[in-house]
Design a protein around this ligand. Structure first.
Ligand code: GRF
Length: 201
Protein backbone atom coordinates (compact mmCIF):
# COMPACT_ATOMS: atom_id res chain seq x y z
CA UNK A 1 0.00 0.00 0.00
CA UNK A 2 1.15 3.56 -0.76
CA UNK A 3 3.28 4.98 2.08
CA UNK A 4 2.36 8.54 2.95
CA UNK A 5 3.64 11.33 5.23
CA UNK A 6 1.33 14.20 6.16
CA UNK A 7 2.82 17.60 7.07
CA UNK A 8 0.80 20.13 9.08
CA UNK A 9 1.36 23.35 10.99
CA UNK A 10 -1.97 23.97 12.73
CA UNK A 11 -5.41 22.62 13.44
CA UNK A 12 -5.13 19.78 10.98
CA UNK A 13 -8.77 19.38 9.97
CA UNK A 14 -7.73 18.26 6.49
CA UNK A 15 -5.29 15.80 8.04
CA UNK A 16 -8.05 14.50 10.33
CA UNK A 17 -10.39 13.96 7.38
CA UNK A 18 -7.67 12.06 5.53
CA UNK A 19 -6.87 9.89 8.58
CA UNK A 20 -10.56 9.13 9.12
CA UNK A 21 -11.01 8.10 5.49
CA UNK A 22 -7.92 5.87 5.77
CA UNK A 23 -9.28 4.27 8.96
CA UNK A 24 -12.64 3.61 7.32
CA UNK A 25 -10.93 1.94 4.37
CA UNK A 26 -12.12 4.59 1.88
CA UNK A 27 -8.60 5.82 1.12
CA UNK A 28 -6.17 2.93 0.69
CA UNK A 29 -2.76 4.07 1.94
CA UNK A 30 -0.52 3.80 5.02
CA UNK A 31 0.06 7.10 6.82
CA UNK A 32 3.53 6.38 8.22
CA UNK A 33 3.66 9.60 10.23
CA UNK A 34 2.27 13.11 10.68
CA UNK A 35 4.97 15.78 11.04
CA UNK A 36 4.82 19.44 11.99
CA UNK A 37 7.22 22.35 12.22
CA UNK A 38 5.02 23.60 15.08
CA UNK A 39 5.21 21.54 18.30
CA UNK A 40 1.87 23.03 19.41
CA UNK A 41 -0.06 22.12 16.26
CA UNK A 42 -3.48 20.84 17.39
CA UNK A 43 -3.44 18.22 14.65
CA UNK A 44 -0.50 16.42 16.30
CA UNK A 45 -2.62 15.61 19.36
CA UNK A 46 -5.44 14.26 17.21
CA UNK A 47 -3.07 12.06 15.17
CA UNK A 48 -1.48 10.73 18.37
CA UNK A 49 -4.90 10.06 19.90
CA UNK A 50 -5.76 7.66 17.08
CA UNK A 51 -2.37 5.95 17.17
CA UNK A 52 -0.58 7.65 14.28
CA UNK A 53 3.14 8.36 14.74
CA UNK A 54 3.87 12.07 15.12
CA UNK A 55 7.10 13.96 14.64
CA UNK A 56 8.13 17.55 15.38
CA UNK A 57 10.49 18.78 12.68
CA UNK A 58 13.45 20.74 14.11
CA UNK A 59 12.67 24.04 12.38
CA UNK A 60 12.86 25.97 15.66
CA UNK A 61 16.20 24.67 16.94
CA UNK A 62 17.94 24.26 13.60
CA UNK A 63 18.16 25.87 10.17
CA UNK A 64 15.60 25.17 7.43
CA UNK A 65 18.26 23.17 5.61
CA UNK A 66 18.84 20.93 8.65
CA UNK A 67 15.10 20.54 9.30
CA UNK A 68 14.55 19.53 5.68
CA UNK A 69 17.49 17.10 5.83
CA UNK A 70 15.87 15.53 8.91
CA UNK A 71 12.55 15.26 7.05
CA UNK A 72 14.23 13.83 3.96
CA UNK A 73 16.04 11.12 5.94
CA UNK A 74 12.85 10.29 7.83
CA UNK A 75 10.89 9.94 4.57
CA UNK A 76 13.61 7.67 3.15
CA UNK A 77 13.73 5.47 6.27
CA UNK A 78 9.91 5.24 6.34
CA UNK A 79 9.77 4.37 2.61
CA UNK A 80 7.51 7.33 1.89
CA UNK A 81 6.06 7.55 -1.62
CA UNK A 82 3.91 10.68 -1.24
CA UNK A 83 4.28 13.75 0.99
CA UNK A 84 0.88 15.31 1.63
CA UNK A 85 0.87 18.95 2.76
CA UNK A 86 -2.22 19.84 4.79
CA UNK A 87 -1.81 23.38 6.07
CA UNK A 88 2.01 23.13 6.27
CA UNK A 89 3.14 26.76 6.49
CA UNK A 90 6.86 26.37 5.69
CA UNK A 91 8.10 26.89 2.15
CA UNK A 92 10.06 23.83 1.04
CA UNK A 93 13.40 24.64 -0.59
CA UNK A 94 14.17 23.91 -4.24
CA UNK A 95 16.66 21.28 -3.08
CA UNK A 96 13.98 19.40 -1.14
CA UNK A 97 11.37 19.77 -3.89
CA UNK A 98 13.86 18.47 -6.48
CA UNK A 99 14.55 15.40 -4.32
CA UNK A 100 10.80 14.71 -4.08
CA UNK A 101 9.78 15.94 -7.51
CA UNK A 102 6.15 15.09 -8.36
CA UNK A 103 5.83 13.41 -4.97
CA UNK A 104 4.54 16.35 -2.91
CA UNK A 105 0.89 17.38 -3.04
CA UNK A 106 -0.74 20.45 -1.50
CA UNK A 107 -4.20 21.90 -0.92
CA UNK A 108 -4.89 25.59 -1.47
CA UNK A 109 -8.07 27.44 -0.41
CA UNK A 110 -8.63 29.34 -3.68
CA UNK A 111 -8.86 28.64 -7.40
CA UNK A 112 -5.22 28.84 -8.49
CA UNK A 113 -3.55 30.57 -10.21
CA UNK A 114 -5.72 33.24 -8.51
CA UNK A 115 -4.89 34.17 -4.93
CA UNK A 116 -1.75 32.12 -4.17
CA UNK A 117 0.01 32.55 -0.82
CA UNK A 118 -1.03 32.26 2.79
CA UNK A 119 -4.37 34.15 2.70
CA UNK A 120 -6.20 32.61 -0.23
CA UNK A 121 -9.68 32.82 1.29
CA UNK A 122 -9.39 36.43 2.49
CA UNK A 123 -7.60 37.63 -0.64
CA UNK A 124 -10.45 36.28 -2.81
CA UNK A 125 -13.02 37.81 -0.46
CA UNK A 126 -11.30 41.20 -0.41
CA UNK A 127 -10.99 41.22 -4.20
CA UNK A 128 -14.73 40.70 -4.50
CA UNK A 129 -14.80 37.66 -6.76
CA UNK A 130 -18.13 35.88 -7.06
CA UNK A 131 -16.60 32.42 -7.37
CA UNK A 132 -13.62 31.10 -5.48
CA UNK A 133 -12.83 27.51 -4.45
CA UNK A 134 -10.24 24.89 -3.63
CA UNK A 135 -7.26 23.58 -5.58
CA UNK A 136 -5.23 20.40 -5.12
CA UNK A 137 -1.86 20.65 -6.83
CA UNK A 138 1.62 19.20 -6.99
CA UNK A 139 4.35 21.26 -5.33
CA UNK A 140 7.00 22.73 -7.59
CA UNK A 141 9.68 25.39 -7.07
CA UNK A 142 7.22 28.29 -7.01
CA UNK A 143 4.53 29.33 -4.53
CA UNK A 144 1.30 27.38 -5.22
CA UNK A 145 2.32 27.07 -8.87
CA UNK A 146 2.57 23.31 -9.46
CA UNK A 147 0.45 21.12 -11.74
CA UNK A 148 -3.23 21.27 -10.83
CA UNK A 149 -4.83 17.91 -10.08
CA UNK A 150 -8.32 19.00 -9.04
CA UNK A 151 -10.37 22.10 -8.39
CA UNK A 152 -13.82 22.73 -7.01
CA UNK A 153 -15.63 26.05 -7.22
CA UNK A 154 -17.32 27.70 -4.25
CA UNK A 155 -19.75 30.51 -5.18
CA UNK A 156 -19.79 33.59 -2.97
CA UNK A 157 -23.43 34.50 -2.29
CA UNK A 158 -24.72 37.94 -1.34
CA UNK A 159 -25.46 36.81 2.20
CA UNK A 160 -21.96 35.34 2.74
CA UNK A 161 -19.49 36.80 5.21
CA UNK A 162 -15.78 36.04 5.34
CA UNK A 163 -16.58 33.62 8.16
CA UNK A 164 -19.31 31.75 6.26
CA UNK A 165 -17.11 31.62 3.18
CA UNK A 166 -14.28 30.17 5.28
CA UNK A 167 -16.60 27.43 6.53
CA UNK A 168 -17.70 26.61 2.97
CA UNK A 169 -14.11 26.47 1.74
CA UNK A 170 -13.09 24.10 4.52
CA UNK A 171 -16.10 21.86 3.88
CA UNK A 172 -15.14 21.73 0.22
CA UNK A 173 -11.53 20.94 1.11
CA UNK A 174 -12.64 18.04 3.27
CA UNK A 175 -14.65 16.59 0.39
CA UNK A 176 -12.06 17.12 -2.34
CA UNK A 177 -8.66 16.29 -0.81
CA UNK A 178 -9.12 12.63 0.07
CA UNK A 179 -10.91 11.87 -3.21
CA UNK A 180 -8.07 13.45 -5.17
CA UNK A 181 -5.46 11.58 -3.11
CA UNK A 182 -7.30 8.33 -3.80
CA UNK A 183 -7.04 8.91 -7.55
CA UNK A 184 -3.43 10.04 -7.20
CA UNK A 185 -2.41 6.93 -5.26
CA UNK A 186 -4.27 4.76 -7.76
CA UNK A 187 -2.06 6.24 -10.50
CA UNK A 188 -4.88 8.06 -12.32
CA UNK A 189 -2.78 11.14 -13.09
CA UNK A 190 0.02 11.56 -15.60
CA UNK A 191 2.54 14.33 -15.05
CA UNK A 192 4.33 14.16 -18.41
CA UNK A 193 2.52 17.30 -19.49
CA UNK A 194 1.48 20.33 -17.50
CA UNK A 195 -2.20 19.46 -17.88
CA UNK A 196 -3.18 16.31 -15.96
CA UNK A 197 -4.92 13.63 -18.02
CA UNK A 198 -7.79 13.34 -15.61
CA UNK A 199 -9.66 15.66 -13.30
CA UNK A 200 -11.40 14.88 -10.06
CA UNK A 201 -14.53 16.98 -10.16
C1 GRF B 1 -6.45 24.88 4.66
O1 GRF B 1 -7.35 25.92 4.35
C2 GRF B 1 -5.53 24.61 3.51
O2 GRF B 1 -6.12 24.87 2.26
C3 GRF B 1 -4.41 25.59 3.73
O3 GRF B 1 -4.24 25.60 5.12
C4 GRF B 1 -5.48 25.29 5.75
C5 GRF B 1 -5.22 24.20 6.75
O4 GRF B 1 -6.34 23.95 7.54
N1 GRF B 1 -3.22 25.18 3.00
P1 GRF B 1 -6.35 22.68 8.50
O5 GRF B 1 -5.13 22.78 9.40
O6 GRF B 1 -6.33 21.45 7.67
O7 GRF B 1 -7.61 22.81 9.29
Amino acid sequence: MTRVAILISGTGTNMATILNKVNKGDLPCDVAFVASDNPNAGGLHYAESIGVKTVVLPYKAQSREDAEEFLHELCISEHIEWIVLAGFMKILSSKFVRRWENKIVNIHPALLPSFPGTNGIKDAWDYGVKITGVTIHLVDHGVDSGIILAQKAVPIENQDTLESLTVKIHETEHLLYWKTLKKLFEGSYSFCERRSIDGCN
